[in-house]
Design a protein around this ligand. Structure first.
Ligand code: UD1
Length: 429
């Protein structure tokens, strides 16, 4: 990519990766055909489809008509195998949410332990604890986790931390458990709510009550498996992709409109962008966000931001924010409260001229830097997207190796940004 030109124009935002993945897993629970519209066409979604197929499910993928992604039809009537192949599980940590769905559907699952992750420790103790509370017997053998349940029974589960994945896993197992399950301190991310809405539409009985929205107490009344039925569901647009492009336009300057955006999920992000000097207008009816950042020299860092669980500033936008903070004026101190080592990309940004110091969970970004194009390495998904933002602002050519990390979450980052006037393309090696 060749930097230093503004972004202008309008693009449509893809379907949400983090909403689509657990909903695809949840199809496993439903003995019939479910159709998911507007899934993003990204590697992780293909991996999840492969995992479903490995159990005997039939998956059909077609291009969407209205939006940019793919429609996926999952027919689980032919499911028979409880073993999930290691190659996809180690490649994609979120495949662990299939455990709850498979326990609910066939009472058994075998999966290899998801490996370490570049963004920090990502244990699954809360997932396993929740499933055990529902009556699953879980044992580990040669890095393989086996879970088995004759019958799952509703229970009270109190999470010490509102983990997104663990909440989703337990919800899936609880849907067909006998009796009522109460999850205290459940995650309240929009992607958890979408999973519950999908399951309710398919016949589940999950209370999306005031107590859940305000305190995270989620109540699931178990229903018999035969009560679950086929359904069609549209995946929401991706708040993290939208946020990435907003930070890109803030940093590179310009005037962009994003179509098909989950506006109500982006409050904390828009607050940060506005405080940094962007002008933002939202059109709720048409689901559009307009960002104007033409006065580049007026973009100024906030002194302090921390990431936290929804609705606070999302950890997945921490790296894109850091990239923008490098070129904004003044200093930003950012504290990462969700993932311990989510600063792996700082080293690559430093090679482009960024001045950042990291002390444990806190990064100090000295703004007002002139970045220079370099050959850098993506290393992980959101960090890779941050390098794209840095490349847009840098003088000269930036090449990003291992861009497959970025393709795990962004359907077509180069195409989207090209449509906004960026000089960026994929190079096949
Ligand atoms: C999901 C998102 C990810 C996002 C994250 C936080 C998907 C596919 N991924 O990840 O993009 O950054 O939510 O919003 O939806 N933890 C434990 N034990 C557990 C589970 C989690 O200690 O059993 C810890 C993790 O190490 C981490 C924190 O809890 O420090 C948050 O993790 P969690 O909310 O579970 O994130 P994911 O579901 O993995």
């Amino acid at each position: 990519m060749e930097g230093k030109n503004e972004l202008n124009g309008r693009i449509q935002i893809q379907g949400s990766k983090n909403a689509a993945l657990p909903i695809l897993a949840a199809c496993m629970l439903i003995p019939g055909v479910c159709k998911l519209k507007n899934c993003p066409d990204i590697t992780d979604i293909r991996y999840m489809c492969n995992l479903l197929e490995s159990t005997g499910a039939q998956v059909q993928i077609t291009n969407t008509v209205i939006h940019t992604g793919i429609d996926i039809e999952v027919d689980t009537r032919t499911v028979q195998d409880y073993r999930l192949p290691g190659q996809y599980v180690s490649a994609m940590r979120s495949s662990v949410v299939l455990m709850g769905a498979m326990l609910g559907r066939i009472g058994e699952v075998s999966v290899n332990y998801p490996g370490g992750c570049v963004i920090g420790e990502r244990p699954i103790d809360l997932h396993l604890h929740g499933l055990e509370k529902l009556g699953a017997q879980i044992w580990t053998e040669n890095r393989h986790i086996h879970a088995y349940a004759d019958e799952l029974k509703g229970a009270v589960i109190d999470f010490p931390f509102p983990s997104v994945g663990a909440t989703q896993n337990v919800v899936m197992a609880a849907v067909t458990a006998k009796g009522t399950t109460i999850i205290k301190h459940a995650a309240r991310e929009p992607e958890v709510i979408e999973l519950c809405k999908f399951l309710n539409q398919a016949g589940a009985d999950i209370e999306l009550s005031e107590a859940y929205q305000t305190q995270g107490t989620l109540v699931i009344h178990g229903v018999e498996l035969c009560r679950l039925h086929e359904t069609t569901y549209e995946i929401i647009p991706d708040r993290i992709v939208a946020g990435t492009y907003l930070f890109a336009a803030l940093a590179a300057g310009g005037d962009i409109t994003l179509e098909h955006v989950p506006i109500e999920q982006l409050d904390s992000v828009c607050d940060v962008l506005t405080s940094m000097g962007a002008q933002i207008a939202v059109n709720k009816q048409d689901r559009e966000i307009h960002l104007n950042a033409q006065k580049r020299d007026q973009i100024v860092n906030l002194p302090y931001i921390e990431t936290d669980v929804y609705p606070a500033f999302p950890t997945d936008l921490q790296s894109p924010l850091i990239a923008a903070a490098c070129v904004a004026k003044k200093r930003l101190v950012i504290k990462e409260k969700i993932f311990s080592s989510r600063y792996k990309i700082v080293e690559e940004l430093q090679r482009m001229g960024a001045k950042i110091t990291v002390q444990k969970d806190t990064a100090i970004v000295e703004g007002g830097r002139e970045l220079e194009g370099r050959a850098v390495i993506a290393k992980e998904l959101r960090g890779g997207a941050a390098l794209v933002i840095a490349g847009l602002c840098a003088s000269g050519i930036t090449t990003i190796a291992d861009s497959y990390f970025i393709k795990r979450g962004y359907q077509d980052i180069a195409g989207d940004l090209s449509r906004l006037g960026a000089r960026i393309s994929y190079v096949d090696r």
